[in-house]
Design a protein. Structure first.
Length: 116
C-alpha cells in the first residue's frame, strides 16, 4: 500500500484522528494519549502503531518514556493530493459557470426578442 493510502487508512478511525489532533498541541507519552479513552493502553498502543506505520507519528526515547511526535511533513503529501483534485473541481465549476452564463445570455436575447 502506498504512503498516501496508509495515511488515509490510518485517519479513517476517529480515535486515531483524535490522537493526531492532540499531538498537534504537543508530544505525548502512550499513557498520556490513552488517558481520555475508555480503552486499554494496549488498544491505544495499537492505534499508535498504525499511525507510526503511516508515517504520521514517530516515537523517541527520552529517559524511561517514549513520547509520540506528530510528523507534520506528512500532511504536505495529503495537501498536495487534495489541492490537485480541488484545482480540477474548480476548473470544472468554471466551465459549468461559462456554459450557464452562455445559456443565460441566450435566454435574455430570446426574451428581449419576444418582448418586441
Amino acid at each position: 500500500m502506498d504512503q498516501l493510502s496508509q495515511v488515509f487508512a490510518a485517519l479513517a478511525d476517529p480515535t486515531r484522528r483524535d490522537m493526531v489532533a492532540r499531538l498537534t498541541e504537543s508530544d505525548a507519552t502512550l499513557s498520556e494519549l490513552a488517558a481520555p479513552y475508555d480503552v486499554s493502553v494496549q488498544a491505544v498502543s495499537k492505534h499508535l502503531k498504525v499511525l507510526e506505520g503511516a508515517g504520521l507519528v514517530t516515537r523517541t526515547r527520552q529517559a524511561q518514556c517514549r513520547p509520540a511526535h506528530l510528523e507534520a511533513e506528512i500532511f504536505d503529501l495529503m495537501t498536495k493530493w487534495i489541492e490537485r483534485y480541488q484545482r480540477q473541481a474548480e476548473a470544472r465549476y468554471q466551465r459549468l459557470d461559462a456554459v450557464l452564463d452562455e445559456l443565460n445570455g441566450r435566454d435574455q436575447t430570446t426574451m428581449e426578442g419576444n418582448a418586441s
